[in-house]
Design a binder for this molecule. Sequence first.
Ligand SMILES: [Zn+2]
Length: 358
Amino acid sequence: MQRKQDLIDFLINNPIFELYIKKLKNCICCFYYHGIENKIIDPFIQQEQITTAQLTKHILYLKHNGFEFINLSDLYNVLNRLNNDCLLGPNSMGKYAIFTFDDGYLNNKTILLPLMKIYQIPFTVFINTNHVTNRKRHLFYFLRTALSFCKNKVISLETIKKNYNISTPLNKLKCYNELASLYRTLPQRIVIILNLEIQSLLNINEWNKLNNQFNSEEVLSWDDIIEMNNDKLVDFGSHGLDHFICHNSQDPDETKMQIIKSKAIIKGKLGKCNWFSYPNGRIQDISKLAYDIVKSEFKLAFSTVRANIDKNSNKHLLPRIIPYCNLSRYRANLKISFLKFTKQKYEREIVNLVKSIS
Ligand SMILES: [Zn+2]
């Protein structure tokens, strides 16, 4: 951990690398965000939100370093051009930044769109269609909020037959980390039951008050999406029906339905659905079956494996860079994406997945 931090500090403080980013002429960096808020009142509960001030700093940093902002149709064309014309030299690509936003937060319309209009930056929002239809918040919001505000010293969860001591903030954090890991690895039907148990830790009045307080966690409606879709800067893609993580322990029929039906619903509402982003998106969150279906249904699909995009990137397992809110860490992470070992790690991971047997 310390070694990693030392490396990050080295990169941040090294002016040569800063110059390298500035002088770069050919690269494609795709970033993934979630929600955006003007003011964060609880960094733990609102951990998927970036502030308007922070996102503005990211935008200005990229502009200052000569990045051009493109949308996913442009990316698709660039990748096809790079793949099809072997005569293209290394200087023919361009220096591009791509902004994507997962999970379909309502603030993507109320706060993000006005900001992106100022800078004329295109962006894509990946939505979970069942959450949109039911205006249902994400499971992790319930988990974080219930644990934060639950006054019990011990909780017992029947679904997983476990008791947790949550009497101190540290214990709560440990419990959260363990449950979050289960949310990401158990089959969806068990996660849904577990989440109902988690929700029952607070009563309806408490939930009403907290939902109001944390309105940053609200999701877009279809009316919002249809209205946003009229703006040429905005584009939508699928993130599944229910933020279903497509790992190997999921039911294969359910995996198939989550991907295919979400596409059909978006296509029915907006006329097209060409892009997919895998929920959670690490290689262990993507089964070979999910990859195969996504490959046959979508033009491009995005993971959360960190690297830059180039002509060798797999179009259905494209890497993305996590943009930490803080500008120094953001800059460091962008730089790390250019290191050779990052690229090699991405290539190793995708080769293993593509070759694996479902
Ligand atoms: Zn997501």
